[in-house]
Ligand binder design. Structure first.
Ligand code: EPZ
Length: 457
């Protein structure tokens, strides 16, 4: 198991290129099951969630190749198998999006329930409601969802939202199922996230008839067959946002390239409110350097809500940033009310945070100091890395496999921006002396909590 060892206190400088969106590519890969022709994705990120999805597809009989130019080619030429088993699905919730395509193409599917996770209870009742509305018979049996539609799916009109608002993967799942259903489907309360729009655009390239993308009302006219396509997914807005916050939190000059600022307007608006300087163009955002000893961000509240409001996937990173603000900021989480695993770890580093139900109050400014902290989920891990970048002394972030789920080689990309961050095997030794230019290849010596404390001092 790997951990990151971070020596805090360096302002980041340079440029970083954003990868293809993890959350866009997962349902796009599932869409390959809707056709017997190849689907080509030139810019799929090489992260472990994508590798897990490819394993699910291979277990269903798809052929997967990564071309020399990095493009992923997925082909489900024969009739795909109908069973996505627990062994594969448990690794990643996004794999539930094979349900809709399997039902649409083979009229039956058996997909293990993905179960809850550390960010809270994560039901799929809305996915199932959608499949039932399209005529599928659905039952739960031994932890598996079993669904069939003997004469195929039939279009329908339905409201898909739930108590917490629209569902992103649920919309993706039902939209994919409806592309091959007989007749017209009208989805009300659909998710408007850029990843859903991106999937819709991929499906349209494959021959689907979809109207209303980006709005809560989707109209899908079923077709008898879809064909192969090539589709580059949108840049990862959460990765882009994380690098922007990395620049801002260190007072550095980070130019985040190949991103879509129009997908991050709420982040930019909150940065302006926090008096954190930045600039942006069509496909880049750059943080403007400032002296972190003289200027502290203004405390700025965020409430997570569906797009285009503040994304839950940037909540933890924003919280890390607000630990440096001069006063009290309120963070409210309406999507996953329990998504606060990072709070206790940030407090270990000296942050002053009080959680009350689905909200957290961050009292700044805190002078964070390095500590041993535990990554619990993907975005919580990113927040701990950000905190480590500004903490006094050495921070060790354990269980970084969580961060590998969604960020491609984040330590190398942060090192290239001047951060002192190394990945080491938990059992290797760590050298705590000042890192050389290429910090990621340093020899290492084991760092106990005691030596870490010395290093902080
Ligand atoms: C997607 O999860 C993303 N995952 C999540 O990103 C993201 O946090 C989330 O959307 C919200 O933006 C992928 O795209 C792979 P939801 P999803 O269904 O679709 C409730 C990350 O860090 N709900 O939109 O599973 C649910 O409990 C990850 O990259 C139901 O009640 O989320 C939540 O409160 C984590 N019943 C709300 O809806 C359902 O059937 C929104 O969840 C489905 C969801």
């Amino acid at each position: 198991m790997d951990k990151f060892v971070i020596q805090g206190g360096r302002a980041l400088r340079g440029s970083v290129r954003v990868a293809g969106s993890k959350n866009a590519v997962l349902p796009v890969l599932a869409a390959s099951l809707l056709t017997d022709e190849p689907l080509i994705v030139p810019n799929a990120p090489d992260v472990s969630d994508v590798r897990s999805m490819l394993k699910v597809l291979e277990s269903l009989g798809s052929q997967v190749t990564r071309r020399a130019d990095g493009a992923l080619v997925v082909c489900s030429a024969g009739a795909p198998g109908a069973e996505a088993t627990w062994e594969h699905v448990r690794r990643m919730r996004g794999s539930v999006t094979v349900l809709g395509p399997l039902l649409a193409r083979t009229h039956r599917a058996c997909v293990s329930l993905p179960g809850g996770c550390v960010i809270g209870v994560r039901p799929i009742d809305l996915h199932l409601k959608g499949m039932r509305a399209l005529g599928a018979e659905v039952s739960l049996d031994g932890g598996d969802v079993r669904a069939h539609a003997v004469r195929g799916l039939v279009g329908n009109e339905l409201y898909l939202g739930g108590p917490q608002g629209p569902t992103v993967l649920g919309t993706a799942n039902v939209m994919m199922a409806a592309t091959l259903a007989k007749g017209r489907t009208v989805l009300h309360g659909a998710a408007c996230e850029p990843e859903v729009v991106d999937l819709g655009e991929c499906l349209i390239k494959m021959g689907a008839k979809i109207r209303g993308l980006g709005s809560p009302r989707l109209e899908i006219e079923g077709v008898t067959r879809l064909h192969g396509a090539e589709h580059a997914v949108i840049p990862d807005r959460i990765e882009a946002g994380t690098f922007v916050i990395a620049g801002a939190i260190t007072g550095g000059a980070v130019r985040v390239e190949n991103c879509r600022p129009d997908h991050l307007m709420i982040l930019l608006e909150r940065m302006a409110e926090a008096e954190l300087p930045y600039d942006y163009g069509d496909d880049w955002i750059a943080t403007v350097p400032y002296d972190t000893r003289e200027h502290r961000p203004r405390p700025t509240d965020v409430t997570t809500l569906p797009y285009p409001a503040f994304p839950t996937d940037l909540q933890a990173q924003w919280m890390a940033l607000m630990t440096t603000a001069r006063g009290m900021s309120l963070i409210s989480e309406t999507i996953f009310p329990d998504r606060y695993m990072h709070v206790a770890e940030l407090m270990r580093m000296g942050a002053n945070i009080r959680r009350q139900g689905a909200s957290a109050i961050v009292m700044g400014p805190a002078n964070l100091s390095g500590a041993q902290v535990m990554a619990s989920d993907l975005r919580a891990s990113a927040a701990l890395v950000l905190a480590g970048l500004i903490a006094r002394g050495v921070t060790e972030v354990h269980r970084v496999y969580h961060i590998d789920r969604g960020y491609e080689q984040i330590e190398k990309r942060l090192s290239a921006l001047g951060a002192s961050i190394v990945r080491v095997d938990e059992h290797a030794s760590i050298d705590t002396s000042e890192p050389s230019e290429d910090a990621s290849t340093l020899p290492v010596r084991e760092l106990t909590p005691q030596t870490a404390a010395t290093a902080q001092g």
